[in-house]
Design a protein around this ligand. Structure first.
Ligand SMILES: Cc1ncc(COP(=O)(O)O)c(C=O)c1O
Length: 290
């Protein structure tokens, strides 16, 4: 990465960046579960926008085969970890595809920074891939970094173009010093204390394993910070959420229409501050409900 740029929110970063970089002669392919800010940026750009089925690189390849030739430039947009399912894309495969079809690859690390990779540096380190192979890295300061703001990192040309032309940077206030300092401090702690990352990964893996032992459907979750319990009914998800709250466990239901009714769920967020006892206690409470 040559350079980076910070904006006042992760949402504004995606909207402004994608809308500025792409235009009506271009093509944007994004995972069907991509965040609203990616979709909105793509719509604003005026480019042809094609969602591909979640984490399905074969369908992505098919869409590229059919549509790439007609477009001038092409962007493939994915996330490092998906916030509803807690799974992640096959980055090496996507790199191969983006090279084959002369496309840019953008990875939104909102949920993977501090979560994936041995030291929490994200999906590139998880796959031991050179991060310079990805054209656009985007992330937010509002999750692992416990602050507020968004960032883009990439080549000097990319960052220069955004610095002078992206409306969310040009026509909006800059990141506040307090938010910048808070995020920087969180980043320093992350780098200084990688044991927080391994603790988070261990807790997440244990919750996932415990769900499987109980016969609970965690969907495609890989046990990195986000582990859903697919309940399959919005009503039941609300009831279970209330019962767990009574037992001291705060887990929010995700209901139709945010997800299809048969995919209604409880979404567990694991943090490095959860103790092994917290996870075992949660599994015991859940066991009493299934
Ligand atoms: C994948 C993803 N990208 C971008 C954003 C937007 O980030 P922010 O909340 O910092 O505006 C979010 C926030 O929920 C997100 O989940």
């Amino acid at each position: 990465m040559d350079d980076a740029l910070a904006l006042v929110s992760g949402h504004a970063t995606n909207v402004s960046m994608i809308a500025q970089l792409l235009g009506p002669r271009d093509l944007i392919l994004h995972d069907e579960y991509a965040h609203n800010s990616i979709v909105l940026g793509a719509k604003l750009s005026g480019a042809q926008r094609l969602p591909f089925p979640h984490n399905d690189w074969q369908s992505l390849t098919e869409l590229l085969r059919t549509h790439r030739r007609q477009a001038e430039r092409c962007l493939i947009a994915v996330e490092g970890v998906y916030s509803m399912d807690g799974d992640y894309p096959d980055l090496p495969r996507l790199l191969e595809i983006k090279k084959r079809f002369a496309a840019w690859l953008m990875v939104d690390e909102a949920h993977s920074l501090g979560v994936l990779g041995p030291r929490g540096s994200g999906i590139a380190s998880h796959f031991s891939v050179d991060s310079r192979e990805v054209d656009i890295w985007m992330g937010t300061l509002s999750k692992t970094l416990a602050s507020c703001g968004g960032f883009v990192a990439g080549s000097q040309e990319l960052i220069d173009q955004l610095r002078y032309l992206a409306p969310g940077f040009l026509y909006s206030v800059g990141l506040s010093p307090a938010d910048g300092a808070a995020a920087l401090q969180a980043l320093k702690i992350l780098q200084r204390e990688p044991e927080r990352v391994s603790r988070l990964q261990n807790r997440g893996q244990r919750l996932l394993e415990g769900f499987r032992e109980l016969g609970i459907d965690p969907g495609p979750s890989q046990g990195f910070a986000i582990v859903p319990w697919i309940v399959g009914s919005s009503l039941r998800a609300v009831q279970l959420s209330e019962q767990l709250l009574q037992a001291g466990i705060d887990v929010q239901p995700i209901l139709y229409p945010a997800v299809p009714e048969r995919r209604a769920r409880l979404r567990f967020f694991v943090s490095s501050e959860h103790s092994a006892q917290d996870i075992e206690g949660t599994l015991t409470q859940i066991a009493a409900l299934v």
